[in-house]
Design a protein around this ligand. Structure first.
Ligand SMILES: [Zn+2]
Ligand SMILES: [Zn+2]
Length: 320
């Protein structure tokens, strides 16, 4: 670069949003409005208080990807079938956007109608995904500046083998080997379900802890909520400190004898078999929430589950 470009600063109060290996720093008032698909192919949209602000679409491709074509198809889809919606599409090279990091075959675009949008598409050789990124806002509301800040705080894949899942003031790190197989994003419950082969992992955050625990203890509440899931395990709960809170460690071997024997047999052959329940639950008083993490894994994978539990930032630390 001949001229020194001033690095774009991401505002200090922006918060991480993490989904399917993609991490982006966003204004704290933006919330997910759509979360679909898988690691291989998917889409998310974050909305501000008044309107959609950020869309990211990805698809895995091995081999050559014509990013130019991805962009032109996308722009065509915007104008197609929407009579009366006038959109001016600017030439991609003239949008003035710049990716802060080196990417393969980046294309920029800009369109303007009732709204204005700046976007970029690129192919990442590391995660082998094509990314289509776009941020929207009212015309003349410095959308380009916004796009630059968002791109400055965006990573399209994790640096290590742990993936950040972060939304609604919740965040945790899960080994990339786990795949998301289910999600529940309700007012009083955020739940992410993962699988890794036969291993299962469930991370849940319940709201209104004071109401849920008004007439019961955390232990009784857990046993009641998980009666079905815990049926085939001899679950023991013991007091433990978790992330600065008094909580319960969850542990239990399978109570199905043949399964236990099969697991022992497989272990003698050096293989892992998930026949134990491991996890923890705790009440985070500042957030008035109950956290519950549990996994069905091989005992050898116990440490990995403890690391997931530790990675959860359940309340904002003082002064942070
Ligand atoms: Zn990538
Ligand atoms: Zn907490």
């Amino acid at each position: 670069m001949s001229r020194q470009a001033r690095p774009v600063q991401v505002p200090r109060d922006w918060v991480p949003f993490g989904w399917q290996g993609i991490k982006v720093l966003v204004p704290p008032e933006w919330t997910p409005a759509a979360l679909t698909g898988t690691y291989e192919e998917g889409y998310f949209r974050l909305d501000g208080p008044d309107q959609p602000r950020l869309e990211v679409k990805w698809a895995q491709n091995r081999g050559f990807v014509d990013v130019e074509r991805v962009v032109s198809r996308y722009l065509q889809s915007l104008t197609k079938g929407r009579d009366g919606r006038k959109i001016d599409v600017a030439e991609s090279t003239k949008s003035g956007l710049k990716m802060p990091r080196e990417r393969s075959s980046v294309r920029y675009f800009h369109w303007r109608g009732e709204q204005e949008a700046f976007g970029a598409a690129w192919y990442c050789r590391t995660c082998e995904r094509t990314m289509l990124f776009q941020t929207m806002g009212p015309v003349g509301a410095q959308v380009q500046e916004l796009a630059e800040k968002l791109l400055a705080g965006l990573d399209d894949h994790p640096d290590e083998d742990r993936c950040l899942w972060s939304l609604y003031e919740f965040s945790c790190e899960v080994p990339t080997s786990f795949r998301l197989v289910g999600q529940r994003l309700l007012t009083g419950l955020l739940e992410l379900d993962f699988e890794r082969g036969r291993d299962r992992l469930r991370i849940a955050r319940w709201g209104l802890a004071n109401v849920a625990l008004r007439d019961t203890s955390l232990e009784e509440w857990l046993r009641d909520k998980n009666r079905k899931q815990w049926r085939s395990f001899s679950v023991e709960l013991r007091p433990v400190q978790v992330n600065g809170h008094q909580g319960l460690a969850i542990a239990g071997p399978t109570n199905i004898p043949w399964l236990h024997l099969a697991a022992i047999g497989l272990r003698m052959l050096g293989r892992h078999y998930p026949d134990v329940l491991r996890g923890a639950a705790w009440v985070c008083e500042p957030g008035n929430k109950i956290y519950h993490v549990e996994a069905v894994v091989d005992p050898a994978d116990e440490e990995g589950i403890a690391a997931i539990i530790q990675s959860i930032s359940c309340h904002r630390k003082e002064g942070a």
